[in-house]
Design a protein around this ligand. Structure first.
Ligand code: GRF
Length: 224
């Protein structure tokens, strides 16, 4: 890891539990990410993750979307709240708002999202149940750069997770989440080390075009 780069200022957007945000905060504390979580911002005043962030001494902010007449007005204030921290990276971690193209373009190439499926399969909600309903034998998690298309940005890395015979949406969600907590900090770490870029030519990783998502192995100790 290069010691000459300044630590990247990371702003994390959450809407709820914030367990992925927590995994990133812990990885920063353990110096596995050369960055600093400058702020955790939520659109929901009651988001559980805000309490954790406050407890860690991280700046928090709430931009409550219900108080705005439309998406553009909401995003205008959200942008102010984000830009105050001069972020090099925006991390969406369970942020449950659809973003306008203008907002996405402002942060293009420096905004990541995690999604609980093997994108491009199952964008949107209820992915675990949809995997079970389809009878798939494999599920997974994806980390991608954010583009205006919902869950449609280029995928950086994935982890494939076996669907077990007795899985319910809940058991599957638990196993997926464990892998989310490994994969997201790893990708954020790559970005902060300058190993990952996204531009007109697509994703570059270690100065080479990334032609397919990086595959990380499944590490759960559950019986497969
Ligand atoms: C995760 O499953 C993430 O993949 C999805 O929303 C969930 C957020 O969980 N985008 P948490 O708030 O990080 O615990």
């Amino acid at each position: 890891m290069s010691q000459t780069r300044a630590p990247v200022s990371i702003v994390t957007l959450i809407s709820g539990r914030g367990s992925n945000m927590r995994s990133i905060v812990e990885s920063v504390a353990a110096q596995r990410i050369r960055g600093q979580v400058a702020a955790v911002i939520s659109n929901c005043p009651q988001a559980q993750g805000l309490n954790y962030a406050r407890g860690q001494g991280i700046a928090t902010d709430v931009v409550d979307h219900t108080l705005y007449p439309d998406r553009t007005a909401f995003e205008k204030d959200l942008t102010v709240a984000i830009d105050r921290h001069r972020p090099g990276l925006i991390v969406l971690a369970g942020f449950m708002r659809i973003l306008t193209p203008a907002f996405v373009h402002r942060y293009l190439g420096r905004m990541l999202n995690i999604h609980p499926s093997l994108l491009p399969r199952y964008p949107g909600l209820s992915t675990h149940q949809r995997v079970l309903d389809a009878g798939d034998d494999t599920h997974g998690v994806s980390v991608h750069f954010v583009t205006p298309e919902l869950d449609g940005g280029p995928v950086i890395a994935q982890c494939r997770i076996p669907v077990l015979k007795n899985d319910t949406a809940e058991t599957l969600a638990d196993r997926v989440l464990s892998e989310e907590h490994r994969l997201y900090p790893e990708v954020v770490g790559w970005f902060c080390e300058g190993r990952l870029q996204f531009g007109a030519g697509g994703i570059r990783f270690d100065d080479l075009p990334l032609s397919a998502p990086i595959q990380r192995s499944y590490q759960s100790t559950d019986p497969a």
